[in-house]
Design a protein around this ligand. Structure first.
Ligand SMILES: C[S@@+](CC[C@H](N)C(=O)[O-])C[C@H]1O[C@@H](n2cnc3c(N)ncnc32)[C@H](O)[C@@H]1O
Length: 257
């Protein structure tokens, strides 16, 4: 179902999305800004970026607002979030293209049209992928990103079992930050936001499709440690790989092709 055929205030739902996401990731805006700062330093004014697992286009929206001559391709599998993104942002004067695809399959690369890109970015998302799909994805990025281009993955990267004290300290500090964010009156979280949108008349078909597309997701998926991300990116052909920015376990992993 197309976003236009539903009469929702998409702008309002996008603002509510950003708000609940900022509760779960309190330094989300700083992280967006740091990622875009990297693009400003590394790339010419005119460039092509890909926003992987874009959700409703949170990062694409900020990128295109800041870089007026840039183009962005936003890729996601979720029909609900894509409807929200398309409804709220449209194509941003022809500079934003949406691709509806599963990042576990190579099909999304074919839809890009064969051109190399300057940057691939992702926020709060790639931890959804099974480890083998993540490693495969990074190897595709090694082909997709042009020499001198960059991958920026902003996400929570958990400390591994070899760093149990770090893991414990970060878990406690993160829980405190989240509790403080959600103690505000009327603040929605991930669950209440999804429940509220599911109750909107006309959304049932999209929600059923969402359920079908994500049936592969397990409850207890194991998230790879940052060292695995780094090794996989190096193996994919990226020559400089490391953490550029960090607050507790919230990090920006950067890889230069
Ligand atoms: C927490 S949301 C983050 C969305 C957005 N990047 C943001 O920062 O607001 C995680 C996103 O990953 C997407 N995702 C998870 N697995 C995916 C897959 N296999 N293919 C495409 N998108 C996927 C979900 O649909 C969801 O939009």
């Amino acid at each position: 179902m197309q976003a236009e055929s539903l009469s929702l205030n998409w702008q309002d739902w996008l603002e509510r999305w950003d708000k609940q996401q900022s509760g779960h990731v309190p330094d989300r805006e700083q992280r967006f800004q740091a990622m875009l700062d990297v693009l400003e330093v590394m790339l010419p004014a005119e460039f092509i970026a890909v926003d992987l697992a874009c959700g409703p286009g949170s990062l694409s929206k900020r990128l295109l607002a800041r870089f007026q001559r840039a183009h962005c391709v936003a890729v996601d599998l979720d029909p609900v979030l894509l409807a929200l993104g398309r409804g709220a942002l449209g194509d941003m004067q022809g500079r934003l293209r949406w691709i509806e695809a599963d990042l576990r399959d190579a099909g999304w690369i074919a839809q890009l049209g064969g051109e190399q890109v300057d940057a691939v970015l992702s926020t709060t998302a790639l931890h959804w992928l099974p480890v083998e799909s993540l490693v495969q994805l990074y190897s595709w990025l090694g082909q997709l990103v042009r020499p001198g281009g960059v991958v920026l993955n902003g996400d929570h990267f958990m400390f591994g079992p070899h760093m149990p004290t770090f893991a414990r300290v970060v878990k406690t500090m993160r829980a405190r930050k989240e509790a403080s964010a959600f103690s505000q009156e009327g603040m929605e979280n991930w669950r209440t936001w999804w429940d509220a949108l599911a109750r909107v008349p006309g959304m049932q078909t999209l929600f059923a499709e969402r359920e079908r597309r994500f049936a592969w997701r397990g409850e207890e998926d194991i998230e790879p440690i940052p060292e695995l991300h780094e090794a996989a990116l190096r193996h994919a052909g990226f020559r400089e790989v490391g953490v550029l920015w960090q607050n507790l376990d919230n990090r920006i992993l950067m890889a230069v092709r």
